[in-house]
Design a protein around this ligand. Sequence first.
Ligand code: IPE
Ligand code: IPE
Ligand code: MG
Length: 233
Amino acid sequence: MIELDHNRIPEHIAIIMDGNGRWAKKRGLPRSAGHAAGAESFRRAARYCRAIGVEYLTVYAFSTENWKRPEDEVRGIMGLLRKYLDEALRDMEKEQTRLRFFGDLSLLTPELRELCERAEERSKNYPGGQVNICLNYGGRDEIVRAAKHWAAEGCPELTEELFGSYLYTADMPDPDLLIRPGGETRISNYLLWQLAYAEMYFSDVLWPDFDEREIDRAIAAFQSRDRRYGGVK
Ligand code: IPE
Ligand code: IPE
Ligand code: MG
């Protein structure tokens, strides 16, 4: 039994949803089955984080580098996203969760892009916490995009706050906790600016198996850390 301090639940959790392919391989299934199981794991995680009071959940669904994968795998992932978003649009009302998409959506199919935009628009005033889905997202791409916005505005006096306002996360706090399941201990171009002081939690459990108990473990680890932000205690 994992005891959590319910007064110290992280306000913002970021997750790199990794390990779908290996999960499928272990079972002798195609990688697409791993992605389907990963999508289910995501729905479950979103529901659970909401239930325990996490305000922001930001997940890495597809990186700017993931286009290097075989065409049929990419097509499969995009198909799953469409299916997931269709369902999400339906139960979003019930959960009252805001959905946002971070990343360059211009490379998605018009149909998928339209679904993303519709979901954002429909949910924008919902009070029930926020889920950010990173899609064709790269941390460097986000920083370059922010710099271009800044330049287009005539290069106003630059501060960290101002620069942060050009990022996808403009109106939200930085992640308190980064979770990476799947055994790799790198950040793979994820939220490079925003993770400056996040606590990192790496786990060998593959994403489709990363259930409520694993999330509790990650939060318990987070609660045991001493966040100093460069100061002393
Ligand atoms: C994460 O799982 C999903 C995406 C990157 C889209 P992977 O597909 O990377 O799974 P592994 O790392 O090969 O097991
Ligand atoms: C990171 O996982 C991207 C997502 C989970 C969407 P990858 O599987 O693409 O990362 P690497 O290749 O192991 O660094
Ligand atoms: Mg991977």
